[in-house]
Design a protein around this ligand. Structure first.
Ligand SMILES: NC(=O)c1ccc[n+]([C@@H]2O[C@H](COP(=O)([O-])OP(=O)(O)OC[C@H]3O[C@@H](n4cnc5c(N)ncnc54)[C@H](O)[C@@H]3O)[C@@H](O)[C@H]2O)c1
Length: 333
């Protein structure tokens, strides 16, 4: 049994608590959140102890692994503390918003041999992973284009925007990672980015974006298009198109059921697509955790590691450079 401490009992922390508790090889021992009301609720529902400090949650001898789901600026501190204490680490994306903090953290932990997995859950989605496999096995011949559509159902509140660190680093970072996943050993080399605040007053106030579009080019010349919105009235729009010389594979939107209604007004009417990430990526969140447990038990390297977290942030930084300068930026990892 692998004993866990959970740091952060907010939106995604609550979900992780349920996943840890439901796993046959994992046991949630401690939860810590600066807001003790939040950690109290998780402690009650998961029947675990409420830690009084991050040190207690991370350093305790009873603990084998930590799951970091607290606010982004806390991640590098908790990763460093956990690595030094010899604990296996699962950390939510992004590692941090500041590449200097990510590099400093890497320096401190690079010689410590503990598994570190970053929460790029979309790699574990069955459909996106199937599209990636099709590309790897050349089912669609030589890869030529990747098109990623990723749109949230509704914009977050101003407080979320204040802490999130900007649309590209908070949200598009998933799509930058998915791009790297699909391309495999063909690195992205160039990026051109546009961002606008077309409808969300909070985004405007924060000088952030609610709408964005990107074009990237890989070393082998594959062209990648990513488009993001913070508002899609029909739900959480998540589609990936992988196009090559012998065809195309699409990872499409999913509906809660597969029924279609036919009437005198319309035909083939489906249920609305999933509302947001917790529902849409339920299977992916579970399977990324299964993968982490396998790594801890079998002492193998995680498939999504610290370097992947760092590289996705480097692409997001290049995207901001392109947005600000209006130029195409060469990406240097
Ligand atoms: N992989 C995904 O799909 C996904 C989805 C959502 C969020 N995230 C990431 O997960 C992290 C949390 O996001 P969220 O949406 O749950 O945010 P949230 O604001 O709902 O929760 C964050 C929690 O961290 C707590 N916290 C703040 N400082 C802390 C500290 N010093 N020690 C302990 N707890 C502290 C807050 O009190 C809060 O409960 C972020 O890094 C975010 O980018 C990932």
């Amino acid at each position: 049994m692998i004993n866990f401490s959970l740091l952060g009992a907010g939106r995604i922390g609550k979900m992780h608590a349920k996943i840890i508790s439901a796993h046959p090889k994992a046991n949630l021992k401690y939860v810590y959140d600066v807001n003790s009301k939040f950690s109290g609720l998780v402690a009650k529902s998961s029947k675990c102890k409420q830690a009084s400090s991050p040190e207690q949650a991370i350093m305790s001898k009873e603990i084998d692994a930590v799951l970091i789901a607290s606010a982004t600026p806390t991640h590098t501190k908790f990763i460093t503390m956990a690595a030094k204490a010899g604990k296996a680490i699962f950390c939510e994306k992004p590692i941090d918003l500041d590449i200097r903090k990510v590099n400093e953290c890497f320096k401190k932990i690079k010689n410590i041999k503990v598994p570190i997995q970053i929460g790029f859950n979309r790699r574990f989605d069955n459909s996106h992973a199937r599209a990636q496999q099709a590309r790897m096995k050349k089912e669609i011949g030589e890869l030529e284009m990747v098109v990623i559509t990723s749109r949230d159902p509704e914009p977050p509140g101003i407080n979320y925007l204040k802490a999130a660190g900007g649309f590209f680093r908070d949200t598009t970072i998933h799509d930058f990672d998915l791009t790297r996943f699909i391309l495999g050993n063909d690195p992205v080399e160039k990026i051109s980015a546009f961002g606008e605040a077309l409808f969300d007053k909070n985004a405007k106030k924060q000088k952030d974006h609610d709408t964005a579009m990107f074009i990237l080019k890989s070393k082998k010349g594959v062209l990648i298009h990513i488009n993001n919105s913070r508002r899609a009235v029909y739900g959480y729009d998540q589609r990936v198109e992988v196009f090559g010389s012998k065809g195309m594979i699409i990872s499409n939107n999913q509906t809660p059921s597969s029924v279609e209604k036919f009437s005198d007004k319309a035909t083939n009417v489906k249920d609305p697509i999933h509302f947001f990430f917790i529902e849409r990526y339920e299977q992916a969140y579970r399977d990324q955790f299964n993968e982490f447990i396998k790594c801890v038990v079998n002492k193998t390297k995680p498939k999504v590691n610290f370097e992947d977290g760092r590289n996705a942030l480097i692409i997001a930084n290049a995207a901001y450079e392109s947005y600000k300068s209006g130029r195409v930026i060469n990406i240097k990892f």
